[in-house]
Design a protein around this ligand. Sequence first.
Ligand code: PEP
Ligand code: MN
Length: 349
Amino acid sequence: MLIVMRMGATDEQVRGVLARLKEFDLDGHLSPGKERVVIGAVGVIGDPDIRHQMGRMSGVEEVIAISRPYKLTGREFQKEETIIDVGGVRIGGGTMVVMAGPCSIESEEHMVTTAKAVAASGAQILRGGAFKPRTSPYAFRGLGEEGLQHLATAREETGLPVITEVMEARDVDLVARYADILQIGTRNMQNFMLLDEVGLARKPVMLKRGLSATIDEWLLAAEYIMAKGNRDVILCERGIRTFETATRNTLDLSAIPVVKRLSHLPIVSDPAHGTGHWYLVEPMARASMAVGADGLMVEVHPNPDHALSDGPQSLTLENFDSLMKSLERVGEAVGHPLAAQPQMAAVGD
Ligand code: PEP
Ligand code: MN
């Protein structure tokens, strides 16, 4: 249910609506639009008369029932696109950010070398996994907190914000101490306890689409995070499971404009996990930019043949550099340029 306040409604009237919602055990989420305040009421609306009662309150223009299952993530609740500022990098709002780095953090030297190279090529955000969800329990599962420390060193050396995955509700505080953005991996898209926990964290969250999740299920997972009060949610299309085996997954490019129509949240494309092959990363990255992605996530490794995870889909430092040059040209052609690097980025050495 959305409660649209009159133009010029007073703070007191807004507070009155929020207090009344509380009496019905509903949470009121404010969307202070350009012209008028909209209040999203979430919770179980048991009594259908609530809508009429809210409609009679002072300062209320109208009450709208939302038919979609997700509320706060939808365009009805917020018309303007969400723009998230992460350490001076703006995600959303018509430009594209590039998050780049190794699949797994392997050592300090490995992380810092990769970080300096991708920063020099123009990346705006560093990625690197310390807690790795692996299909086989015998595969490399990451360096844990030591890896997070290397990521923090790479941030200091480059001035770029960092994103890394958190796999467990009990690790959220630890990972949030190091990360600028918390990543929820595809296998955890419906780990509802984890979603609740990152919803309480004071860091932006990037939610990857589940391996077999529909767009509705994905937006409902984002709703869990927003319902706990965290508005800074980024979605990430990373390929879904289909019958096709020539690629690791099928990167669902159409999901990008579909999500943009349904939701105000920024959406990032991950052509590395989406295809599984390094030579498909550039064409699918270019296509993602053309269909309006707000960001890209790319895996980069100084020596992909020796990577401890996801080598076959990782770009070399040189290939990443040429990808960035080609994205500049696509950005100009489609009117969707790359975002600026943060001002303090140290890209010269
Ligand atoms: C990753 O980005 O490192 C990762 C494990 O991705 P996904 O959850 O999409 O498989
Ligand atoms: Mn990976």
